[in-house]
Design a binder for this molecule. Sequence first.
Ligand code: CA
Ligand code: CA
Length: 65
Amino acid sequence: MHQSGIPDDFDADWDVDLGDFADFEFCHRDPPGFLFPCLMKFDLDGNDQIDINDYAEFQQSMLGP
Ligand SMILES: [Ca+2]
Ligand SMILES: [Ca+2]
């Protein structure tokens, strides 16, 4: 859950869209992926890594139920 109360709405603009995806990509790509704020936001399955599993979970939210 994030500020807007919508799961995976990382930038808190009340929807899950490409803006959120861009944030995810930024954290997934490089060393920033292991910085604490990135992990807090994007480690959706809580395994201390930002990986394909988190992406799959995020994609589900983006596409809707
Ligand atoms: Ca959003
Ligand atoms: Ca993870």
